[in-house]
Design a protein around this ligand. Structure first.
Ligand SMILES: *Cc1c(COP(=O)(O)O)cnc(C)c1O
Length: 367
């Protein structure tokens, strides 16, 4: 099979130009006689790679000077523990939205360390809607508010008006943006912390990136492991121990690619167009359907169901043969999911719509 359109939710497709550059530089980076993978993280060559990656991320996200960028171990999930350990004492209260599986995992970890108030949700595992703000229950004593801006499994995303209501509480807002970071412009200054595992819109798995307002660093509990304490990272340029050097380098190539394609504002237009045409196709179809509230549909993870789910296996087998890969939905939600991150070309979405049309046409008599 040639390089295909890969709709995996993560690890996910990376930009082809990035993969080609990495291939070209793989054995011998910049005439140093070695691969980035073989370099000391303390060497001036590697430091230049690391610094450039941060500078490019700062540029594409327009990160204010009073925010640090940390390159962390353990993916986004490690920070589910890191957040309460760095920001609270055991008897304190924090606010969490429960909008799906990833929120619930963050809540489960935080609950080991601190009292968690659920602002909204929690009655079902995979909600398809974030309820109206009038139903939300913030705790006035909460130290921070945590949310997952894009629930990767269902494709449920916070809408602007909802975020405004969260910011209006005047607390540090902490957002797990693992699956929508860099997908559209955001105002970093409104957040206390933005964090993300790399494997969706940034680079290889294992690495996590955190953009954090400086005043939130330095309050960790004494028991916090050094490698979970953000101050350790901030004081050591994220090199207290050996960082995930090659993942960091690849993330840097992705940030550079984003710059050359016109930045986040420009890719946001493509992302919106990609998502819109896919939802439009699904909505007008009598063969497929999407169950997420219209205003809260993700641009990154488009879930859909075949109305006749007896055809699911045939759908997956045929789509794979058509070189449209990894369309199976998460087992917790079922159905299908097309993850269409920044690296998915618009042609991939067009090819998917053509396939969906064709498959429906051939099986329409089974409805
Ligand atoms: C994938 C994902 C995670 C987990 O990332 P890891 O790097 O595997 O820890 C957390 N939150 C969201 C929203 C995700 O999509």
């Amino acid at each position: 099979m040639a390089r295909a359109f890969n709709f995996s939710a993560g690890p996910a497709m990376l930009p082809e130009a990035v993969m080609q550059k990495a291939e070209k530089e793989f054995l011998n980076w910049n005439n140093t006689g070695m691969s980035v993978m073989e370099m000391s993280h303390r060497s001036k060559e590697y430091m230049s790679v690391a610094h450039q990656a941060e500078a490019d991320l700062r540029e594409v996200m327009q990160i204010p000077d009073n925010y640090k960028v940390l390159f962390l171990h353990g993916g986004a999930s490690m920070q589910f523990s890191g957040i309460p350990l760095n920001l609270t004492q055991p008897n304190e209260i924090v606010d969490y939205f429960d909008t799906g599986v990833w929120s619930a995992k963050a809540i489960k970890e935080a609950s080991r360390y601190v009292n968690v108030n659920i602002v909204s949700g929690g009655d079902e595992a995979n909600p398809t809607e974030i309820p109206d703000v009038s139903t939300w229950k913030f705790n006035p004593k909460a130290k921070y508010i945590h949310l997952c801006s894009n629930e990767t499994i269902t494709g449920l995303a916070f809408q602007e008006a909802h975020l405004e209501h969260v910011f209006a509480q005047g607390k540090p807002v902490i957002a797990d943006m693992s699956s929508d970071i860099l997908s559209r412009p955001i105002d970093v200054s409104r957040y206390g912390i933005i964090y993300a595992g790399a494997q969706k819109n940034i680079g290889p798995a294992g690495l996590a990136i955190m953009v954090i307002r400086e005043d939130l660093i330095g309050q960790a509990r004494d028991i916090t492991p050094s490698l979970l304490n953000w101050k350790t990272y901030a004081d050591n340029e994220s090199m207290f121990n050996t960082p995930a050097t090659y993942s960091w380098y690849l993330a840097g190539l992705v940030f550079d690619w984003l710059k050359t394609t016109g930045g986040v504002a420009s890719i946001a237009k493509v992302n919106q167009r990609k998502a819109q045409k896919l939802y439009d196709y699904i909505d007008q179809s009598s063969f497929y359907h999407n169950s997420i509230a219209a205003e809260q549909r993700s641009w990154m993870n488009v879930t859909f169901f075949l109305k006749n789910n007896a055809l699911d296996a045939a759908f997956l087998e045929t789509s794979q043969k058509a070189e449209l890969l990894s369309l199976k939905g998460h087992k917790a939600f079922g159905g299908m999911r097309a993850s269409i991150y920044n690296a998915m070309p618009e042609e991939g979405v067009d090819a998917l719509i053509t396939f969906l049309t064709d498959f429906a046409g051939r099986h329409v008599n089974t409805l």
